[in-house]
Design a protein around this ligand. Sequence first.
Ligand code: THU
Length: 137
Amino acid sequence: MRQTIQQAYELAKDTRERAYAPYSGFKVGAALLTADGDKVYTGCNVENASYGATICAERNAILHAIAEDGIQDYEAIIVVSDDEPPAPPCALCLQVLTEFCSPDMRVILGTLEGIQIEYTLKDLLPHPFDGSKLQKG
Ligand code: THU
């Protein structure tokens, strides 16, 4: 059975509860849905006393996906925060997502009340730094 965007939203919202955000108090949850709908990989933000070492929810989700099952095609990432309008992925996360996700991947933003806004990855990062020319072999 395919997992739906709504199910992925609920998983992102649940995962947000496990965010470790003692410094900002701003909890974020993310859920990455595969293109075949078979799996959802979740992430939450994990902060650090050395603030720059903080990992955002979106990077946590894509790293989780790769660590668990390798690189796949992804239909959407759903990001949930308690903010109005809901937070989009930061520029660092957009760049990391661009390495592994299609420019047409859906980026769906929600609050605790539900899904609010939808973009594509290329809407949010239209001209990413392209590493393909740097790859050796
Ligand atoms: N954060 C995310 O996890 N994702 C976003 O989309 C924006 C920001 C986190 C990083 C940090 O832990 C907190 O939110 C405040 O910046």
